[in-house]
Each structure stands twice: as structure tokens, then as C-alpha cells.
Write a protein that binds this ligand. Sequence first.
Ligand SMILES: Cc1cc2nc3c(=O)[nH]c(=O)nc-3n(C[C@H](O)[C@H](O)[C@H](O)COP(=O)(O)O)c2cc1C
Length: 159
Amino acid sequence: MSKILVAFATKNGSTEEVARAIAETLRRDGCVVDVRRARDVRQAVAGWDLVVLGAPIYSGRWHRDAHRFLKRHRDDFEVVPVAVFAMGPRSGDEEGWQRSRAQLDRALAKRGLLAYVAVAVFGGVDPSKQQHGERRDLRDWEAIRAWATGLPAFARPPG
Ligand SMILES: Cc1cc2nc3c(=O)[nH]c(=O)nc-3n(C[C@H](O)[C@H](O)[C@H](O)COP(=O)(O)O)c2cc1C
């Protein structure tokens, strides 16, 4: 049974909801899962067999708690596989997706030689209702759950 940590950063809550959906899928698939705010994880992450880290992009930058998390646990990631996702575009066009992916890639490049077993961008959510009461939400829950379903294959073998 794999032990998995799902760590997240958020400003307006949508990333937390995605983190919890990922955790739910992993549990359904038989994993033991902890969900934590990235900034609250102070102990070594070497006790988990896989770490999943998710955070939103704001103004071109991946949330700073995600950067700090990767820095703080850098040594553990030599033995613990890490998968990452970003919450990104609020416009559903191809250009928006590419821009968000490029922003995430730039953020990861800053962290140097860490290898990620999986990298994803999921559609973002407007922080508050627009004039006509609609809150644009580009999250594709099926795609999010499908991504989560593939993650246990990357976990460190138990023992
Ligand atoms: C002011 C603002 C700036 C944003 N800038 C970007 C951006 O540069 N790139 C991007 O991909 N998404 C951007 N987004 C979209 C957010 O990543 C998206 O709203 C996400 O769902 C927010 O996550 P949270 O609810 O967990 O805070 C921006 C959103 C806001 C409100």
C-alpha cells in the first residue's frame, strides 16, 4: 500500500479542491494519503512513497510556497518521487494553455535538476463571481481524476 503526500498551496481555494479530489482518487485506488498545505509540511518527506505538489500560477509565477517546498525538501527528492501540477489558464484557448505550461516549466527549471515523474496543468477558476454571477471554472474533473489514477505507478516500491 503506497503512502502518498498531496501538498498544495492556494490563494482562493480552487487548488485545494483539486488536491482533495486527487487524494480521493488515490484513496479509492488503495493508497494511504495525507493532504497538507505545502507550507505546513516541516518534517522530512522521506516517510512518503510519493509526493504530489500542486499550486496556482499568479501573474506568471507559480505560488511561492510551492518553490519553498521544493527547496526545503530537495534532498528527500533524491529518493522520493515527486509529481507536480499547476492551476493555470482562465481562458480555454490553446494559447492560454501553452502560456501556463511555459510558466510552470520556467518555474520548475528554476528549481534545477529535480526530476518530476508527472507534470500537469489544470484549468483555473476565477477568484470571484463576475458581473453576471458566473464564476468561470475550467477544471476538468475527469482529466484530474485520470491524472491521479496514473500516479501510484510512480510511487517508491514499499520497503
Ligand atoms: C490576478 C490573477 C492572475 C493570474 N495569473 C495567471 C497567470 O499568469 N497564469 C496562469 O496560468 N493563471 C493565472 N491565473 C489563474 C489562477 O491560477 C487560477 O485562478 C487558479 O485557479 C487560482 O488558484 P487558487 O484558487 O487555488 O488560488 C491568475 C488568476 C488571477 C486571479
